[in-house]
Design a protein around this ligand. Structure first.
Ligand SMILES: C[S@@+](CC[C@H](N)C(=O)[O-])C[C@H]1O[C@@H](n2cnc3c(N)ncnc32)[C@H](O)[C@@H]1O
Length: 186
């Protein structure tokens, strides 16, 4: 499941929209690439994963770069509000750990619940980026459910951008960016 190009674009989005006073959340820490990138831009990052391996890999990456503005949390992301309730930039990179146990993957119900909490607490002007992988069974279910969910969001409150690879076979991943519009319309 190679998606280097989309990952590069997702990091470009962070470069563009993460402000240096921002509180950022990595909802799926994994190997820590996104956590590290966010930490280099934001004031503080809270990163979640349910696997010890993810916390170990990520800590190693952060230590190597002497980065200390990150809180690593071993918990499922739908419990986010137990840890932090105000934030500006949120990243979901769904699915399973590359080269890890494919059974330990994000699940439709908890992903939707987590997204619901994030949308109701993110600051005005904030962004949520979601990398979605419909190429495996749970990911396919998740992508359909997310698509239905996105349709329920009021376009006066949220702008939603989708970047996909329409001419590629085999259900390639795609990237969604949700922007919560500021009260002044920006
Ligand atoms: C595609 S990987 C993330 C890649 C990561 N962002 C990176 O930069 O390396 C997906 C991760 O989501 C984690 N995950 C699955 N279900 C989760 C949940 N309910 N809460 C938090 N993390 C979860 C998996 O353990 C896996 O590490």
């Amino acid at each position: 499941m190679k998606n280097t190009w989309l990952n590069d674009l997702s990091h470009l989005m962070m470069d563009t929209y993460v402000q240096k006073d921002a509180i950022a959340i990595d909802m799926t820490m994994g190997n820590g690439f996104d956590t590290l990138h966010l930490a280099q831009k934001a004031k503080h990052v809270y990163a979640f994963d349910i696997q010890d391996e993810a916390l170990l890999q990520t800590k190693e990456k952060l230590d190597k770069e002497n980065i200390s503005n990150v809180t690593l949390i071993k918990d499922s992301h739908e419990n986010i509000l137990n840890y932090v309730s105000t934030f500006d930039y949120v990243v979901f990179n769904l699915g399973y750990l590359p080269k890890g146990n494919k059974e330990i993957t994000t699940k439709t119900n908890s992903t939707l619940l987590a997204l619901d909490h994030v949308l109701s607490h993110i600051n005005d002007g904030g962004y949520i980026q979601i990398m979605i992988y419909p190429g495996h069974a749970e990911g396919f279910k998740e992508s359909l459910a997310l698509n239905e969910y996105f349709k329920t969001l009021n376009p006066l409150d949220y702008k939603i951008l989708r970047i996909d690879l329409p001419y590629q076979n085999n259900q390639p991943p795609y990237l969604v960016l949700i922007h919560k519009i500021k009260k002044d319309g920006r």
